[in-house]
Design a protein around this ligand. Sequence first.
Ligand code: BGC
Length: 608
Amino acid sequence: MSLRTFVRSRKLTGALAVTSVAALSVAGVVASTATANAAPGCRVAYQITNQWQGGFGANVTVTNLGDAISGGWTLEWDFAAGQTVQQGWSGTFSQSGSRVTVRNPSWAGNLGTGASVTPGFNGSWNGSNPVPTSFRLNGTVCTGSVDTTTTTTSTTTSTTTSTTTSTTTTTTSNNPGGPKVDNPYVGAGVYVNPQWSRLAAAESGGSRIANQPTAVWLDRISAIAGNSSPTTGSMGLAAHLDEAEKQRAARSDGQLVFQFVVYNLPGRDCAALASNGELGATEIGRYKTEYIDKIASIVSDSKYSKLRIVPIIEIDSLPNLVTNVSPRATAVANCDTMKANGNYVEGVSYAVGKLGAISNVYNYLDSGHHGWIGWGDTVPEYDNFYASAKMMASILGKNGATKDKVHGFATNTANYSALEEPYWTVDDLVGGRPVKENAKWVDWNDFNGELGFATAMRAELVKQGFDSSIGMLIDTSRNGWGGPNRPTAKSTATTADAYVNESRIDRRYQKGNWCNQSGAGLGERPKAAPKTGIDAYVWIKPPGESDGAASEIPNDEGKGFDRMCDPTYGGNIRNGNNPSGALANAPLSGHWFSAQFQELMRNAYPAL
Ligand code: BGC
């Protein structure tokens, strides 16, 4: 894993508005509702049979209580919250603004007294999906006694009952295996990986965090069945899911999120070497059949249908096709290859389509971090931010990757970027100019931390076509920056560099440094819904697992030696030729690195 920054020393600002994000849609899921209006003229039962993130299905039964109709009927209603009909059946649907009109099918224009028809449709919704309150049949408003429909919210069952007096609403934000909730982390525990937990607990002082949830990385095909890796080890995906189901069943709320990382693209980690993978640049066929299909077939087992399954999809992949390709000075040949052959886009869209088709899966895609993607500009060569969002949207429509299959995005995965800098902002003036323009650490980056970045990226992704209800995850496993070197106040220095360097909590040499960073600490403990638009703080990178070997180590995992993990290295263009800042003596990426684990605990912020 690696995260490359893009160094841009230039005097042209790409002012990026940090848009504030409207509150996420509440819509836990389906207030499966029902309504009905009956009248001397007609009665309607409107039944939502199924609802998921952004979409729903409904049946509308209209009963004619008046004179027999011949020669055609028309049913109309208004949606109150911008819902739209996508596809209908047993009637001809049209919509103009909020008004929906359903006409009889050509073969069924008659509707006798007491007779019913039930056209149905799939629709989309955003924010909320209230049931229409008024219907008209051939222009006559259906009013009168109430026919109540209660819909259960399971995707597979629904029941309809008729009463005369009341409307029942069932709310199912915790419906196991049913329609998706808006934020899977709310009201749920998160899976504790027993393998990581054992390694952590075996460390002196490690029991303080050994019960924290971390993600399971499927970093090669053999990890699906389980392999002999010292960290990912013998538990394969099914074994993890069996254990997750036990953890879920033991909880009083009966809800558990299972997080795993999908990380095995052909030509993986194209801009670096430490996490090159097993599949060559052209092996997209194997990626699909031996990796994604296998994962999907295990995850879709009904034994696991009560879990909220969260795949974090392909760290570092798509943004590399923006920042590390020709004609940029930062270009790397392998990234040019992956852009030209399309296999990152093909693989990511395939994973999204395939996994997203499983009803209890919540896909989150990797979207980099602010120290890499945080430059927005109208000049393409200097724009990482907008171009990355566009690149991510380029998966939509391919291989079944539709926007309803993308639940959100993850930032800072396996990186060290702080959530926010408490003592200064990029707009602070030193010598009359904002430090954004004249401090090397900032170098015109529009952001000062992951919260600002994730919030703005979320808004941009929505603009680019993702659903407005997407949520963000932020990996806070190693971005705490506590310990003795953490500043306690804003600097009083009068040069921009000194001011920023003395004020900042992120103690790296440069934000492009990504490998086993010296001085880093554990960050915020995993937490649901910490801020608006942020679904959770999560520990995706399991603390204690190395980012890459400090020197060449022969291996059969496809991993190379990247000098960004070598503490003696003076850097390259992608980190502004700064020292790597890596800890010494690190093992291969993914392997247990006790010295790093100890340092992360020492420098934890909040402290342990
Ligand atoms: C490695 C993987 C490992 C993951 C989590 C990545 O950098 O390449 O092998 O599973 O980190 O530690």
